[in-house]
Design a protein around this ligand. Structure first.
Ligand code: PLP
Length: 455
């Protein structure tokens, strides 16, 4: 950047003028934001020169790691040729068309079309409208309700925050909007009681059936869920869950929407999370790993079932964003996917670093404050527990998670906490030695919790 003020002033400037997402601004301003200056591989560096291993890939998104010059070059070249043109009113650009084709080469048989957005939240609003439009065109305008899950995250727009199941978000802005209903999540550790995980998976999946009975399936457009709930705490569903959900959606004729914003682009060792769980969604929002966060871009994967109706019967879809399919973002995303392919990152997660990470992460279960440490591919959730034997949780889960997270950050490790769960989601390029470092530093923070907390 040119004309950069002295770093010592930046935190004050930030506090004076910049309102941050998901932040208590009074607290943040009092402390001053940490200024992140540069990044390379899986590491970020702050303005004091301190180095952190970012085991969270930014916000679950920097799948190919930081510092990829070829993505910067692709964006630069595209900016010089055509910095912007839209995809409205009968035009397209090469990067947008080629990116749609490239994405379709990694989806299943029936998920061959993409509608571009700039973010996962916009992708959520987009499929939400598409689902309702789909049924309306088919002569079923009353099929408008959408069933989602408690503790899910689908973004921060009005539809996104409504579909998400976060109570604290609902309390701000009179959400959810009308027509959205939430069922329970497949969070066995906290809510499974005496059932086995397999029994519990079936039980919560069948809540969808009960909700359809209650609402009347003739009024329900869709069910949406993340293949693995991310922001809710990396809640990995029991194996029985997804097959039952897919069965119910099919039997009751509602659209199945898989929110692939986190799980897409290799995180589970498959291109998309639904492929890992072996089901086919009708609609699937994507973002994050699509460009590895180098530039903002998202989209909705649209199955033939929905796309054929939209293409053949709808006429105009009155929906779109100025930057839908932005050529520079699309060029960056194309290069990002080329890297994922060339370096075999999806296969690496499936066959090599994923299993290595799984074993290392699981090894933390021997720690006295850990109730469960689960992972799939390169996404991990670790449940803190006050008593392992009874699955009793700490009285103040948020404080406990924050304590562990802050200790990690002090020691140069970025992890996230959701309540009393520690979450990891590193770049798909992380090395074995770096995985070891994550585990060592996290274990150190767990020791700190064990030694410091008196309930
Ligand atoms: C599953 C899921 N869906 C949607 C979103 C929203 O994406 P964005 O922040 O790009 O709007 C997120 C963001 O974390 C997410 O995790």
């Amino acid at each position: 950047m040119t004309d950069m003020p002295p770093l010592s002033n930046l935190a004050a400037i930030d506090a004076a003028h910049h309102l941050h997402p998901f932040s208590d601004m009074k607290q943040l301003n009092a402390k001053g934001a940490r200024i992140i200056q540069r990044a390379e591989g899986v590491h970020i560096f702050d303005s004091t020169g301190k180095k952190y291993l970012d085991a969270f890939a930014g916000l679950w998104c920097v799948n190919v790691g930081y510092g990829r010059k070829s993505i910067a070059d692709a964006a630069y070249a595209q900016m010089q040729d055509l910095p912007y043109y839209n995809t409205f009113f009968g035009t397209t650009t090469a990067p947008a068309a080629l990116l749609a084709q490239k994405i379709a080469s990694h989806t299943g048989e029936k998920l061959k079309r993409v509608f571009f957005t700039n973010s996962g939240s916009e992708a959520t609003d987009t499929w939400f409208r598409m689902a309702r439009v789909y049924w309306k065109v088919l002569g079923k305008p009353e099929k408008t309700l959408v069933i989602a899950r408690k503790n899910a995250y689908h973004g921060s727009t009005v539809a996104g925050a409504s579909l998400g199941g976060m109570k604290l978000m609902h309390e701000q802005g009179n959400l959810p909007i009308e027509g959205i209903h939430h069922i329970n999540q497949p969070y066995w550790y906290a809510e499974g009681g005496d059932l086995s995980p397999a029994e519990f998976g079936l039980k919560v999946a069948r809540e969808l059936e009960a909700k359809l009975d209650e609402l009347g399936e003739e009024c329900v457009a869709a069910f949406v869920a993340e293949p693995i709930q991310g922001a809710g705490g990396v809640i990995i569903p029991p194996e029985t869950y997804w097959p039952e959900i897919a069965r119910i959606c099919k039997a009751r004729n509602i659209l199945l929407v898989a929110d692939e914003v986190i799980c897409g682009f290799g995180r589970l060792g498959t291109w998309f999370g639904h492929q890992y769980y072996g089901f086919e969604p009708d609609l699937a929002p994507i973002a994050k790993g699509l460009s590895s966060g180098y530039l903002p871009i998202g989209g909705v994967l649209v199955s033939d079932r929905v796309a054929d109706v939209m293409v053949e019967e709808l006429g105009d879809f009155y929906h779109g964003f100025t930057y839908s399919g932005h050529p520079v973002s699309a060029a960056a995303a194309l290069e990002n996917i080329r890297i994922i392919e060339e370096e075999g990152l999806v296969e690496r997660v499936r066959d090599d670093i994923g299993p290595y990470f799984a074993a290392a992460w699981k090894s933390l279960e021997d720690h006295v404050v850990v109730g469960q440490a689960e992972s799939v591919g390169l996404i991990g959730g670790l449940q803190l527990a006050a008593d392992k034997a009874t699955r009793r949780r700490y009285a103040k889960p948020d404080d406990i998670g924050t304590l562990v997270r802050n200790h990690c950050i002090e020691n140069g490790l970025i992890l996230r906490a959701t309540g009393d769960r520690m979450l990891a989601s590193p770049a798909l390029t992380i090395s074995r030695a770096e995985v070891d470092e994550v585990i060592d530093k996290l274990r150190n923070a767990l020791d700190h919790l064990r030694d410091g907390v008196r309930e």
